[in-house]
Design a binder for this molecule. Sequence first.
Ligand code: WA2
Length: 279
Amino acid sequence: SNSGAVEKRRDSLASMCDERARMLQDQFNVSMNHLQALAILVNTFHHSQTPSAITQATFARYAERTAFERPLTSGVAYAVRVTHAERDQFERQQGWSIKKMYSSPSSQGPGDAAVAEIRGPADEYAPVIFAQDAYKNVISFDMLSGADDRENIIRARESGKGVLTAPFQLLNGRLGVILTYSVYKSEPPANARPQERIQAAVGYLGGIFDIEALVDKLLHQLAGKQSIMVNVYDTTTKEKPISMYGSNDTGGGMYHNSTLNFGDPSRRHEMHCRFMQKP
Ligand code: WA2
């Protein structure tokens, strides 16, 4: 019967969508675990050794050679915690000065929401000191000086968990999300209070997820990619979903909504799928 055919089509859409959502979620999770391991590596070889055994060159090489472990990231970067009192000495040691992101009023940065945050000297900074080559341009920028990065760093260090930004426009102009793990001087106990975690934080490791490019690559590996269109949203704010992938979630007809879990309980994500052709 006709309604039987519709039912069948609906089931097939649901299973294709769920499969894609699961695949994306698994790859996200794998990437996330390797970022956590990289945070431990930075703790071990940078913060627990004098002098540090990591330079920008070794970090970049190691990050590049292990990039296959983080299939949804287009790069990683490490920002170190610097107090205002330490700033001068830090800048002399590095041979560069800490820069604000999106600084001037005529900035072409991702909009004014990110700009306002800091007035006058901040009491602390999070300048990037190491980055995978594709993101070398962010070295020396204070990640506490941009709203999205700042909020992520603050949530990461008080939770001890991996935390995710909403999709936003990165310094390179592309849309991305950042996953941050805090690095601690010595690992606080599992039941540590936020205040203890904040005090123990020495830096912040970020994975840069270039969702547009990397989801596309992932979906192309699947058979039948031509037959359905996929959109991914950050639906943390229900009334204002932010598109992370895809651009043509329009038209009526049948669609399926698969939930995605990216491991940060304070964010929500959904995958929406539709058939390309009418039956
Ligand atoms: N990395 C690369 N490009 C960016 C960016 C960023 N943040 N923010 C805006 N454009 C070092 O969470 C710590 C990386 C932030 C990590």
